[in-house]
Unconditional design. Structure first.
Length: 325
C-alpha cells in the first residue's frame, strides 16, 4: 500500500512539474533586418513585453536578418501558419495590391508627422486587406527618409544612366527604369554581398540600411532626397491569435501599441545619427542639388500618377483622406 501511494505521489509530482511547460506557448517571429537595426531591437523588446505580461506563458522568438525566411516569403509563411508572427516592409508586396505600396509613393509623405498621418489614413484599409489573407495587423514602424547612394557624384538624374540600380519593390524598380539604370532586385539581407561583389552601385534607401550594409566600403556618396518613409508592418496569424485566451490576446495588443510608439520615437531619434555615421566613415552626405532634386521630383510625379491609376478610386480616396488630415 505504501509503495502504491509513493508511486501515485511521484506521478502527481511529475504532472505538476510538467504543467507549466505544457501551458507554455512558443511562437516564431521572422524579420528581415540586422539584429542591431532599430526594427529588430523593437521586435525583441515587444517579445520581452509579451513574455513579462503573460508570466512566460507566451514566448516569442525573433529571427532577424532573414534567418528564418527571406523577406519576400515572411508574409506567406505567417499566413500559412509556418510562423505565428512576422514583420515585413509592406511595399515589397505592392504587386499583390497597390495599397500595400501607398507609403512609397514618391514625395507623398516626406517627414515623420506626415508619415504618421498617412498611416492613420490608411491603417483600417490595410488591416482589412491583411485580414482577408488570414493576418491581423499589430503595429507599423517607419524607416528614415529615403536617400540615394552612388559610387560617383550625381549632378542630375541622367548621371544614373547605365548604373546597376538596386531595387526592392515595384517603385524602386520603376525608378531604375526611368533613369536608364539597370534594376537588380536585392533585399536588405543580401545587400552587403551585392555591394561587395559589384552587383549594384547605386540605390535608394534609408541611412539605416546603408549603415547596416556598411555601404561606405563600396560607395562614397549619399544624397538626402527624402523621397518617402516606408514602413515595416508586424502582424500575427489570425487563427493563432484567436486560439489564445483573452488575457494573452490583450497582452499582445498592449505590447503592440507600446512597440509602435517606441518604434516611431526610435527611428525619429536615430535618423540623423545614421547620417552622421556615414559621414564619419568618409562618405559625402549632402542634399541633392537643384537639378538632381528637380529630376527626382519629375519622376515622382510620374510614379504618383502611375500608382493612382493602378490603385483606382480606393487609392485616390486614401490620398484625399490623408491630405485632409
Amino acid at each position: 500500500m505504501k509503495s502504491r501511494l509513493t508511486g501515485l505521489c511521484l506521478v502527481a509530482g511529475l504532472a505538476l512539474a510538467a504543467a507549466p511547460a505544457l501551458a507554455q506557448t512558443k511562437w516564431n517571429l521572422p524579420a528581415a533586418y540586422a539584429p542591431d537595426n532599430p526594427h529588430s531591437e523593437n521586435l525583441v523588446a515587444f517579445a520581452k513585453d509579451v513574455d513579462a505580461a503573460t508570466s512566460g506563458k507566451l514566448q516569442i522568438t525573433v529571427h532577424p536578418a532573414a534567418s528564418l525566411f527571406k523577406a519576400p516569403d515572411i508574409k506567406r509563411a505567417v499566413a500559412t501558419g509556418q510562423a505565428q508572427m512576422g514583420e515585413v516592409l509592406l511595399s515589397i508586396h505592392e504587386n499583390e495590391d497597390p495599397i500595400f505600396g501607398l507609403d512609397v509613393v514618391p514625395f507623398l509623405s516626406t517627414s515623420y508627422p506626415a508619415a504618421m498621418k498617412l498611416y492613420q489614413a490608411s491603417k483600417a484599409t490595410i488591416a482589412k486587406k491583411l485580414e482577408a489573407q488570414g493576418l491581423m495587423l499589430l503595429f507599423a514602424v517607419p524607416w528614415a527618409p529615403q536617400g540615394v547612394y552612388a559610387n560617383k557624384p550625381l549632378a542630375t538624374i541622367e548621371d544614373l544612366k547605365g548604373m546597376k540600380w538596386r531595387a526592392y519593390n515595384v517603385g524602386t524598380t520603376r525608378i531604375g527604369e526611368l533613369v536608364g539604370a539597370q534594376p537588380v532586385t536585392v533585399q536588405a539581407a543580401e545587400l552587403p554581398q551585392a555591394l561587395a561583389t559589384g552587383v549594384v552601385n547605386a540605390f535608394i534607401t534609408s541611412g539605416g540600411t546603408g549603415y547596416d550594409s556598411k555601404v561606405w566600403e563600396s560607395l562614397k556618396y549619399f544624397y538626402d532626397v527624402q523621397a518617402w518613409l516606408p514602413k515595416n508592418f508586424t502582424f500575427v496569424n489570425k487563427a493563432a491569435f484567436d486560439a489564445l485566451d483573452k488575457p494573452t490576446q490583450e497582452a499582445i495588443l498592449k505590447a503592440a501599441a507600446t512597440a509602435e510608439t517606441r518604434g516611431w520615437k526610435a527611428w525619429e531619434a536615430k535618423s540623423n545619427w545614421y547620417l552622421d555615421q556615414l559621414k564619419a566613415k568618409g562618405m559625402t552626405v549632402e542634399p541633392p542639388g537643384p537639378a538632381l532634386k528637380a529630376g527626382f521630383q519629375k519622376i515622382g510625379e510620374q510614379l504618383t500618377a502611375d500608382w493612382l491609376k493602378k490603385a483606382g478610386a480606393e487609392g485616390q480616396a486614401l490620398v484625399e483622406a490623408y491630405k485632409k488630415m
